[in-house]
Design a protein around this ligand. Structure first.
Ligand code: ZN
Length: 306
């Protein structure tokens, strides 16, 4: 009799284990993104069906970020990695693929017409013999190969990214395909409303300029007919001669505000601001509150445009 009870007990616990694993199957799909705004995009499309981890934490610089060991452990359990084309991915995506070969890596920026950064490069190389190596390397590269990665600051480009996210989730989890589609359509509506609002904000500002330390707003400028004037050149602080030229340009154009972002040094921006009697204002392109942040930044840019 005791044996029978034990045997029944075993059957019962097997049943419990079985049901528990069925419940586990319905848990959110673990996915990774590179930067905080992408968390917003993937959660809009995936809703409660996805669990999003962000590789580059708040305050870190996505151009040079190095993932921590505990992030690599979490990554080994992820099903999808949503890349965005930001610089650290060049080095790290191959490593992510070797840590988790089954994980799907999706380039959400696919289909976006990228801005070529070399078109805006200043060629003020004075030919100093010493520190010449880096500049030479950059100039010898195929100019069309250097692209602006900051696609997420422009609502029209984010629509392309949302569609890529939606298609990926539909393929990975066909049972919830219609949910992803409905979420995507609602997100597109939100993006269109934001886009219309930004068009109104910038309606009478076509061709006007704003000065930024780190040139992260090129796609916003392209979408709304503005021009971004970068302080930083090829990822480096400007040399004294370049700084002087920027101060002269700011003075000539009546520019009074230099936008900086929290992830970067503000030294040369402050030098320019002091020289022109202007001010340094924060403009963060990596906020997790993507739509609200863009709206707020647009208003700040509008007031500073010259
Ligand atoms: Zn950047």
């Amino acid at each position: 009799m005791t044996r029978l009870i034990v045997a029944l007990g075993c059957v019962f616990s097997l049943l419990v284990a079985c049901c528990a694993s069925a419940a586990l199957a319905a848990e959110p799909v673990p996915v990774f993104v590179s930067i905080l705004p992408q968390k917003y995009f993937v959660e809009k499309v995936g809703g409660a069906l996805v669990g999003v981890s962000v590789m580059v934490p708040p305050g870190a610089n996505p151009h040079i970020y190095e993932p921590r060991p505990n992030q690599m452990v979490a990554l080994s359990k992820a099903k999808i990695y949503f890349a965005v084309g930001v610089t650290f991915e060049e080095t790290w995506l191959p490593k992510f693929a070797s840590v988790n070969p089954k994980m799907r890596i999706v380039h959400t920026e696919d289909g976006i017409e990228k801005i070529s950064l070399t078109a805006h490069h200043h060629h003020e190389d004075k030919g100093e013999k010493g520190g010449h190596t880096e500049a030479t390397t950059i100039h010898e590269k195929d100019p069309s190969a250097v692209k602006d990665p900051h696609v997420w600051v422009s609502p029209p480009e984010v629509k392309t990214m949302a569609l890529n996210i939606c298609r990926t989730l539909q393929e990975f989890d066909p049972a919830n395909s219609s949910t992803y589609l409905a979420n995507y359509q609602a997100f597109v509506k939100e993006i269109d409303e934001l886009d219309a609002e930004l068009r109104r904000i910038f309606a009478n500002k076509k061709g006007m300029k704003f000065m930024v330390f780190h040139p992260a707003w090129g796609y916003l400028a392209r979408a709304y007919g503005l021009e971004q004037v970068p302080v930083e050149l090829e990822g480096k602080e400007p040399k004294p001669a370049q700084l002087k030229a920027l101060i002269e340009q700011a003075g000539k154009e009546g520019i009074k505000v230099i936008f900086v972002q929290p992830q970067f040094s503000t030294k040369s921006a402050e030098t320019i601001a002091k020289a022109i009697g202007g001010q340094v204002v924060f403009a963060d392109n990596l906020s997790p509150e993507w739509a609200r942040n863009l709206r707020e930044q647009a208003v700040k840019f509008q007031a500073a445009l010259r």
